[in-house]
Design a binder for this molecule. Sequence first.
Ligand code: SF4
Length: 315
Amino acid sequence: MEKIKLGISTCLLGENVRYDGGHKLDRFLTDTLGQYVEYVPVCPEVECGLPVPRESMHLEGDPDSPRLVTIRTKQDMTDRMVQWAQKRIVELEKGDLCGFIFKSDSPSSGMERVKVYDEKGMPVKKGVGMFARIFMEHFPLLPVEDEERLHDPKLRDNFIERIFALKRWREALERKESRGNVVDFHTKHKLLILSHSPKHYQTMGKLVAKAKDLPLKELYQKYQTLLMESLYLKTSPKKNANVLQHMMGFFKEQLSFDEKQELLDVIDFYRKGYIPLIVPVTLINHYVRKYDQLYLKQQVYLNPHPLELQLRNHV
Ligand code: SF4
């Protein structure tokens, strides 16, 4: 797989672009995730023409449509930022981005819970950074996160799973536009989708079953929307245990009574939170290889992202 293209707030890469001349380097993003992605840095404040260092800004007014204002001299930067953002979005459209990692709490780049001040100077944490809002409205299905939320192992696992899935989907379409490609992609992702949303699993199964009745473009659009919606929904120990037990059914002829009992125990320990997901997944992968289980071998669920990221060691 080619590297995944991800937009990122420039200061997270260690560039000195912040209002105070500093940066907010995040080592997980640069050193670990950075091995698999190609970052497209975006610093709204510098790219819209402001200097480094500069006067700091905040959001003011209505949390649903605030103004971007410098704190000391009260210069209103809203129009300047919006005009620049609209042009930058057009450039980013051509960039084949599979997601964006925003800097938390920033009045320009924060994706949620950014402080917005009322006329008395009281903040409410209900705002969205000015560039982040325009970006998310323009690309509603693209996975987005901020660096703070990515410290949470579950959110990290979910985001990285989504960017890898979107990249695989785009590569599948690039190879050849055909209904067969959608069917093939869906077959490989069935259990991954089931682990997020049994409801989407059903709906997407029906969509793929009638693939030949739909114009190709409509099929792609509907499938991609459902794919991104389904993977956005969080997995849970209960949903994962359901998928793991489903996979166990593929070995009913081969496993001994003891092996079945061991696998059931491991799945149950995972469901109760005593061990991480990587343990039952590793055991099932072992049986998949040992018994050359062809259907499971191709299931992305068993290998959704590089093992080196250790994402399933913590969920
Ligand atoms: S938070 Fe956004 S605007 Fe501020 S320095 Fe970082 S990238 Fe630039």
